[in-house]
Each structure stands twice: as structure tokens, then as C-alpha cells.
Design a protein around this ligand. Structure first.
Ligand SMILES: Nc1ncnc2c1ncn2[C@@H]1O[C@H](COP(=O)(O)OP(=O)(O)OP(=O)(O)O)[C@@H](O)[C@H]1O
Length: 319
């Protein structure tokens, strides 16, 4: 299958105002495609519209206008097939406290019409590390175990696409690693993964492609590598051998000195090469004891794209 796992065209959502509140347009015409087999990150500040988007995909929120195609099925024309193609691990720990993990998986499989012969509850329990808790009440499970059970529930109907809404918010390192190992394995087996996260480092590490949403619109959508390449701000930090008489001076380079004596040189790699920066250092008669350069990370890109100020050159039309 070469087509997109998800395709959104002109997707809008306006929540009706309640109790005198004005209506809120949470999505303002989203065009977005998620390639099959990718790990796709959906990022954005609080209130950007990520949950609204995910809930529309999951069939939990009704869109206002636009077209949603999931695994080739138009959500309006083929609601059953499009729902069957996607599994969602929600943010909230909404589990029935009186169900055991095994029962929760079986009931969920029943809801999706998975015949008993095709259910894989034991396999899923093993994968999420809950085999020995299979018969315990959900209310006796720890927060981490509940989260794992939610992942299991999202997988009962063998979906092509797995959506994870803030899966690692507030979880410990062990659980985070377990989740990511599972996600990587599922992706290697061909599953398309869509995830929202507040941990940009995590998105940088996990996602091949990223869309950044801000105020209901896509402000960037690119491969993670390209997004990182977009910001060409560089910092070179030089630890000099001895005291510095004068800071380097050259066009395109902003030099400053830290309290520990290190000289910090900021430049843009598209205009100034590292070689030119080093020449300026030499010209200032600074002997280098140690040098390191720092590149922009996803956090820098994210801030540059979602900063609410008008003087934000990065914040242009979506690519
Ligand atoms: N049921 C609702 N009724 C009215 N407004 C809503 C409703 N749900 C969300 N909104 C508003 O729509 C906008 C987008 O919210 P949404 O929850 O989709 O954002 P988000 O990006 O998921 O944020 P967060 O990261 O904080 O979860 C916000 O302004 C929010 O207040």
C-alpha cells in the first residue's frame, strides 16, 4: 500500500459556545497527510487543537467541515472501515474499574467485532507486561499498568494505524522505555504510528515526520531532519588557553564571553562558515584549548514556529 495512512482536507472544527461562551474554532482548515509506515509526530502548544484532531480521527468528535480519509476510507462514506483501521490510546485513564485486564481486552475486541478465533488477548497481555495481572481488577492496577492496558486496548482489532495521545506524560523512565520499545517494534512490523507529545526530545528521537499545529492551523510539516535543518543558528563555544584581550569581530558573528572565560560565538551557517568563525578567533589572537558547536534542536524550531510575536520570520506558510 503506497497511499497515505491518513489524509485530511480542509478539516475544520468549531465548538459551539455553551453558557454564554462564544463559539471556538479549534481547527481552521487542516490539510495534512501521514505516510504509511511512518512514525508521525503531532506537536503544538496547549490548546493548539491536537486532541480535537485526534478525537476526530478516533470518531469521538464530529468535524464541522472537511474530508477525513483513514487508510483509504472516507470517514463519512465508510465509517466502519475507517474506524477499524485505527486504534487510539487516549490520554485519560478511562478504564472500567471492575474489569480485569483480560476482560477489558476481550470486551474491546467484541466492540470491534473481532471473532473469538482472531482475538489475541494473551499475546497482547504479554506484550504490555500484564500477564501476571490478567485477572486483577483494573482498580488495583498502578497508573503505569493502566496506561499499558490502554495501549493493549488500542491494539485488539489489529489496526493499521496506532494513535498515541501524550502516551508518556507523567510516566516513569522504565514505562517510557517499554512503550517506545513496543512502538518501535509495531512500526517495524508495518504499523503507522501517530503521536502527540510535549517532550520534544522524544519527538526528535522517535518521529520521521512532524507536523506542528498552532491555533488550529498547521504551521510546519516536514521530515524531522528538514525541520531541524530549517534553523541554521549555530553556537560555537571556545575555551581559550589564557585570558582574552579582545573578543573576535567579524561580520555575521556575535561574540560574548561567559563568566567562566569561555567565548561564545553565534552565527548563521548559511551566511558564515565555521572556518570563518575560527579565522576570526585566530585574528583576535585567542589560542583554543577546547571548542564545541551546538546546533538547533526541535525545541528551538518549535519555539520559532509557535512564538506568538509578529517578528517571527520562521512562522510562514505551511510547507
Ligand atoms: N468541548 C469543547 N468545547 C469548547 N471548546 C473546546 C472543547 N474542546 C476543546 N476546546 C477548545 O478548542 C481548542 C483546542 O483544544 P484541544 O484540546 O484540541 O487542544 P490541544 O492541542 O489538544 O491542547 P492540549 O495540549 O492542552 O491538550 C482550545 O482552545 C480548547 O479550549
Amino acid at each position: 500500500m503506497t497511499q497515505d495512512a491518513i489524509r485530511l482536507k480542509g478539516l475544520t472544527k468549531t465548538y459551539r459556545g455553551t453558557r454564554g461562551q462564544p463559539a471556538k474554532q479549534a481547527l481552521k482548515g487542516i490539510d495534512l497527510s501521514v505516510p504509511c509506515g511512518s512514525v508521525f509526530g503531532l506537536l503544538g502548544p496547549n490548546g493548539a487543537g491536537k486532541s480535537t484532531l485526534i478525537n476526530i480521527l478516533a470518531g469521538l468528535v464530529t468535524k464541522t467541515t472537511g474530508q477525513v480519509t483513514i487508510w483509504g476510507f472516507d470517514q463519512d462514506l465508510n465509517p466502519r472501515q475507517s474506524r477499524a483501521a485505527i486504534g487510539v490510546m487516549p490520554q485519560e485513564l478511562n478504564l472500567d474499574p471492575f474489569f480485569t485486564p483480560r476482560a477489558a481486552l476481550e470486551v474491546q475486541a467484541g466492540l470491534y467485532g473481532v471473532p473469538a478465533s482472531q482475538r489475541r488477548s494473551d499475546e497482547i497481555l504479554a506484550m504490555i507486561g500484564l500477564t501476571d495481572k490478567a485477572q486483577s481488577y483494573a482498580r488495583s492496577l498502578s497508573g503505569g499498568m493502566r496506561r499499558r492496558l490502554l495501549l493493549g486496548k488500542a491494539l485488539v482489532h489489529h489496526p493499521h494505524i496506532l494513535v498515541l495521545d501524550e502516551p508518556t506524560a507523567g510516566v516513569d523512565i522504565e514505562l517510557r522505555q517499554m512503550l517506545w520499545n513496543n512502538v518501535r517494534r509495531l512500526n517495524q512490523q508495518g504499523m503507522t504510528i501517530i503521536l502527540t507529545t510535549h517532550y520534544l526530545e522524544e519527538a526528535q528521537e522517535m518521529c520521521d515526520e512532524i507536523a506542528i499545529i498552532d491555533q488550529g492551523a498547521v504551521v510546519a510539516r516536514d521530515s524531522t531532519a528538514n525541520l531541524l535543518g530549517r534553523l541554521d543558528a549555530r553556537t560555537m563555544v571556545i575555551h581559550p588557553e589564557g585570558p582574552v584581550a579582545a573578543l573576535p569581530q567579524a561580520q555575521g558573528i556575535t561574540a560574548s564571553q561567559r563568566e567562566d572565560g569561555a567565548v561564545v560565538l553565534r552565527y548563521h551557517s548559511r551566511q558564515t562558515s565555521a572556518d570563518q568563525v575560527l579565522s576570526a578567533v585566530q585574528a583576535a589572537a585567542i589560542t583554543i584549548r577546547d571548542v564545541k558547536t551546538e546546533e538547533a534542536d526541535l525545541e528551538d524550531v518549535f519555539l520559532a514556529l509557535t512564538r506568538p510575536h509578529a517578528d517571527n520570520p520562521e512562522r510562514g506558510a505551511p510547507s
